[in-house]
Ligand binder design. Structure first.
Ligand code: NAD
Ligand code: TYD
Length: 358
């Protein structure tokens, strides 16, 4: 597959999908982008591609078999890169239904439609077709402080409805390779951060709350650890696996950047103290410990040596990536205002009001 190939992307109006689509098009490739435009999908992210023959945005559901079949037949993509999912752990705890529907049933639909399309292909397209499933480190469960990082052979132990739904999808992908020979690849990545992330997730939520002078809600003791990766490094890793990954294999992707949540929030506060000083006082005065997330995984960390053997490694230092992310949110106030609509405010009330007033 070359950089100029036409591929089908799902969920390309979300955070990672947007970054991936913009980079793929910039490199000369063509994309058909199937996205349901849920609260997390924002076509405005892709406004710079308006009118481009290299990008077609299709508003639709990955669980719609007829639509997916039509897209395969019409566009004859050389690969599918599957990002579309419900992704927020807190929402999966509050309302798990859509997580099962999209992450499990939607992935099943894509696999079946991809299998039909792939079975109809002749050589050389048949041998070069790829189904790349984008997954998460959360399928592996939680690590203790001294455990070694997750390896690809780790048994799955998902703890949240989100993680369980992604683990189920990973198993389906594995089975479609082993049973039907569908040329699949799976990537399991650690926490991403960077431009276009919806401000329900830790880093953008803390940046925007700090700017607004509202509490910075730390779940539990703030000692939970995540392995952070700048989103463009994740996109590069996906391109590497697409080009060089071995069929049927899974690849762990991580930033080698473990940080506690409290460390991260303090770093954000310091960056903002410098870039947007608040006359009322240092931003860390807003740090507020709130009741923990149920079943909150203590630590994730990835052993990314397998993908390193394909020639990929993270390139952005966490300190640099975090600063440029804060700058991106400071420079995109209209984008921020538009995504923080009524539905967003309802979610913030639902998830935080009780926590903070307790
Ligand atoms: P996101 O929530 O920002 O975006 C998800 C996108 O999927 C949105 O554009 C949404 O409209 C679309 N979508 C949802 N349901 C759909 C459906 N039924 N049909 C079509 N489109 C639908 O997610 P993200 O953070 O960009 O994550 C993308 C993928 O990467 C997910 O599969 C996620 O599990 C995985 N992942 C994310 C992270 C992370 O830190 N964000 C880390 C590892 C893996
Ligand atoms: P999040 O961004 O939701 O990603 P994930 O749960 O998929 O890792 O959360 C990252 C970490 O930050 C996680 O340990 C939960 C914590 N967190 C808070 O302490 N406060 C918050 O308001 C949010 C959204 C997350």
């Amino acid at each position: 597959m070359t950089a100029r190939s036409c591929i089908l992307v799902t969920g390309g109006a979300g955070f990672i999908g947007t970054n991936f689509v913009l980079q793929w098009v910039e490199r000369g490739g063509t994309i058909v982008n199937l996205d349901l435009e849920t609260y997390a999908g924002n076509p405005e992210n892709l406004v710079s591609l308006t009118g481009s023959p290299q990008h077609t945005l299709v508003h639709g559901d990955i669980a719609d078999a007829a639509l997916v079949s039509l897209l395969f037949r019409e566009h004859r993509p050389q690969a599918i890169v599957h990002f579309a999912a419900e992704t927020h752990v807190d929402r999966s705890i509050a309302e798990p239904d859509t997580f099962i529907r999209t992450n499990v049933c939607g992935t099943f639909t894509l696999l079946e439609q991809a299998r039909q399309y792939w079975s109809s292909l002749r050589e050389p397209e048949r041998s070069t077709f790829r189904f790349l499933h984008v997954s998460t480190d959360e399928v592996y469960g939680s690590l203790s402080p001294d455990d070694p990082p997750f390896v690809e052979e780790q048994a799955f132990a998902p703890n949240s409805p989100y993680a369980a739904s992604k683990a189920a999808a990973d198993h389906l992908v594995r089975a479609w390779f082993h049973t039907y020979g569908l040329p699949t690849l799976t990537t399991n990545c650690s926490n991403n951060y960077g431009p276009f992330q919806f401000p329900e997730k830790l880093i953008p939520l803390m940046i925007l709350n700090a700017l607004a002078g509202t509490p910075l809600p730390i779940y539990g003791d703030g000692g939970n650890v995540r392995d952070w990766l700048f989103v463009s490094d994740h996109c590069a890793a996906i391109r590497t696996v697409l080009a060089k990954g071995q069929l049927g294999e899974t690849y762990n992707i991580g930033g080698n950047s473990e940080r506690t949540n409290l460390e991260i929030v303090r770093m954000i506060c310091l960056i903002l103290d410098e870039l947007r000083p608040d006359p009322v006082g240092a931003h860390d005065r807003l740090i507020t410990f709130v009741p923990d997330r149920p079943g909150h995984d203590r630590r994730y960390a990835m052993d990314a040596r397998k993908i390193a053997r394909l020639g990929w490694q993270p390139s952005v230092r966490f300190e640099d990536g975090l600063r440029s992310t804060v700058e991106w949110y400071l420079n995109h106030a209209p984008w921020v205002d538009r995504v923080r609509t009524g539905a967003y405010r309802d979610w913030i009330r639902q998830n935080y009001d009780e926590r903070i007033s307790r």
